[in-house]
Design a protein around this ligand. Structure first.
Ligand code: GDP
Ligand code: MG
Length: 436
């Protein structure tokens, strides 16, 4: 979905003149992109009609080009199409009890682990209850997911009564004095009716503050019925849509849930424990369109700075293109830990359209070689790589047991990166740097 929406906007960005024919063509492209992503036809038509009308009728304000204006309209309409501001799950009372429900395979257990980690990162003590008496190994699955983080799981693989387990688990963690208790349920029913019955039984026993329905994003607009039945059954419900990474139908699932009026609080974007994001339509659409996403980037950096030696100063230097070789190395290393560079850099405003691979792709091996080379440089050279001429290159290559080609590669990477970040929008960079 992102790619095809991005292509539609690219067409717009490339055009020399923006006329009615072009607007209609772009709107048609957007329509096609949404339909391919399994968004409901009626919703697509409503949305694109609005976009077309505004694009043709509204005049851009002074200082804004017609193209920019239309991109903004597309962004605004898609954003409001995907709902309102993000509303996170609140921890008002201690303990706050959360119950997750959803059909088997929807990603419940994974999401419970992700949520636990999310709350832990935000400073809360979390206890997990496995009340899935249905799937063999359910308890061990959950335990394994959170064990590295020291999060405790209550469960009993021998017990057959799910309601009893849920109740005992909640009591156990109440006594322990945790801040958040999350109960993972079985979801053995494939149909809405059975699922909701199961939810009610456990709900009555543990009286949760919030019930979270986990929906598999790959089912597309079929998500509508599940979300609607759930919304009607409980006033304290919210939703997590999972598997939005690489799912062609993600847009369909999200828009279907939004159409029911049930709030989406998180989205699952991968199998790993950190692949959970608070759902924010603005952020989601920005990324879809390739417009970049300041907020997302900031959050990633924030998470990262907790785990590595990565100061605000570093980030600022980097973003201003004022880094030296040592800084670059630290950044590359840090970003490798943070996950795919593509994903991170996509979130930087203005970079979504094209990210030259040579700027950001650094293999582990290459990074190691960089380190060896840098060890043979003088302090002066590291601080000020511009002074490295050919005779220095030869000396460094000899000293590090590498070739002049290797040294040049490192310097090249540095130059490219520098050039690239320098070429980025200065105003946005300044704004972003200020936020740190
Ligand atoms: P449950 O039966 O509802 O508890 O579902 P599980 O948590 O066991 O997940 C079922 C499968 O979906 C597992 O293989 C998970 O790794 C996978 N899964 C869950 N969430 C995501 C996600 O956001 N992205 C991807 N790619 N896979 C996910
Ligand atoms: Mg499960």
């Amino acid at each position: 979905l992102g790619q095809s929406l991005n292509n539609a906007l690219r067409k717009l960005a490339r055009a020399s003149t923006v006329d009615e024919a072009l607007v209609r063509e772009v709107v048609r492209d957007i329509q096609r992109a949404l339909l391919t992503s399994d968004v409901n036809v009626r919703l697509v038509l409503d949305l694109t009609k609005k976009i077309e009308k505004r694009a043709l009728e509204e005049k851009p304000p002074a200082g804004v080009s017609k193209k920019e204006h239309i991109i903004k309209i597309v962004y605004e309409e898609l954003t409001s199409f995907l709902g309102k501001e993000a509303k996170p799950i609140e921890i008002k009372e201690k303990p706050t009890i959360l119950l997750t429900v959803g059909i088997q395979g929807s990603g419940k257990t994974t999401s419970v682990a992700k949520l636990a980690r999310y709350f832990q990162k935000h400073g809360y003590k979390v206890g997990l209850v496995c009340s899935d008496t249905w799937r063999p190994g359910a308890y061990f699955q959950l335990k394994q997911l959170v064990e590295p983080y020291g999060i405790e799981v209550f469960g009993d693989p021998e017990e057959k009564d799910a309601v009893k387990l849920a109740k005992e688990g909640v009591e156990y963690f109440k006594k322990k004095g945790v801040d958040v208790i999350i109960v993972d349920s079985a979801g053995r029913h494939k149909e809405e009716k059975g699922l909701i019955e199961e939810m009610k039984q456990i709900s009555n026993a543990i009286n949760p503050h919030e019930v979270i329905l986990v929906i598999d994003g790959t089912i597309g607009q079929q998500a509508y019925n599940q979300a609607l039945a759930f919304k009607e059954a409980t006033p304290i419900g919210s939703i997590i849509v999972t598997k939005l990474d690489g799912s062609a139908k993600g847009g369909g699932a999200l828009s279907a849930v939004v159409a029911t009026g049930a709030p989406i609080k998180f989205i699952g974007v991968g199998e790993k424990i950190d692949d959970l994001e608070p759902f924010d339509p603005k952020r989601f659409v920005s990324r879809l369109l390739g417009l970049g996403d300041i907020q997302g980037l900031l959050e990633k950096f924030e998470e990262l700075s907790k785990e590595t030696e990565f100061t605000e100063e570093d980030v600022e230097k980097f973003l201003r293109g004022k880094f030296n070789l040592k800084d670059m190395y630290a950044q590359l290393e840090a970003m490798r830990k943070m996950g795919p560079l593509q994903q991170i850099l996509k979130m930087i405003p203005g970079m979504g359209y094209s990210i030259p691979d040579e700027v950001i792709k650094v293999s582990e091996e290459r990074l190691k070689k960089f380190k060896v080379i840098m060890d043979s440089m003088t302090e002066e050279e590291l601080e000020n790589p511009e002074i490295i001429n050919y005779s220095r290159i030869k000396r460094i290559a000899r000293g590090s047991g590498t070739s002049t080609k290797d040294v040049k590669e490192l310097l090249n990477q540095y130059k490219q990166m520098k050039k690239f970040f320098k070429g980025m929008d200065k105003r946005k960079l300044a704004k972003m740097a200020k936020k740190f």
